[in-house]
Design a protein around this ligand. Structure first.
Ligand code: THU
Length: 135
């Protein structure tokens, strides 16, 4: 899939967002290492904390279908500024593919590509868990 096609999928998902509280609608499309693409939107909740970002919706859909390696994820919002993934989403991306790219799409359709390692340097991962000296 071309970069433009992946970004368009993220833009198309904005209309699926369930964001009655923030009114901040986000769409995402993650590309797996085999070329499969999964999409997502943000899904809010009256209790606030159960809210799921568009990026995690897309990634969790992919993982639940057997995909664990990702090349890149496109994130689209209706802002002129590029919307960067929140820290929780960066951590979830790092779990599966620390070397993936994040493509941010603004409302004009401009794209900014940043390596995930730049957004979350020294991320906590499975290897970090085995570094403990406690029992
Ligand atoms: N949100 C996302 O879905 N992705 C981002 O990258 C930033 C924030 C959502 C969460 C919440 O529903 C709304 O945007 C406002 O934070």
């Amino acid at each position: 899939m071309t970069t433009q096609e992946l970004c368009q999928k993220a833009v198309d998902m904005i209309k699926m967002a369930y964001a009655p509280y923030s009114h901040f609608r986000v769409g995402a499309a993650v590309e797996c290492d085999d070329g499969a693409v999964y999409t997502g939107c943000n899904i809010e909740n009256a209790a606030f904390t159960p809210t799921n970002c568009a990026e995690r919706t897309a990634i969790f859909k992919a993982v639940s279908e057997g995909h664990r390696r990702f090349r890149r994820i496109a994130v689209a919002a209706e802002t002129e500024d590029f919307t960067a993934p929140c820290g929780v989403c960066r951590q979830v991306m790092t779990e599966f593919s620390p070397d993936m790219d994040v493509l941010m799409v603004n409302r004009s359709g401009a794209v900014r590509t940043v390596p995930l390692r730049e957004l979350l340097p020294s991320g906590f991962d499975g290897a970090s868990l085995s570094n403990t000296t406690s029992e």
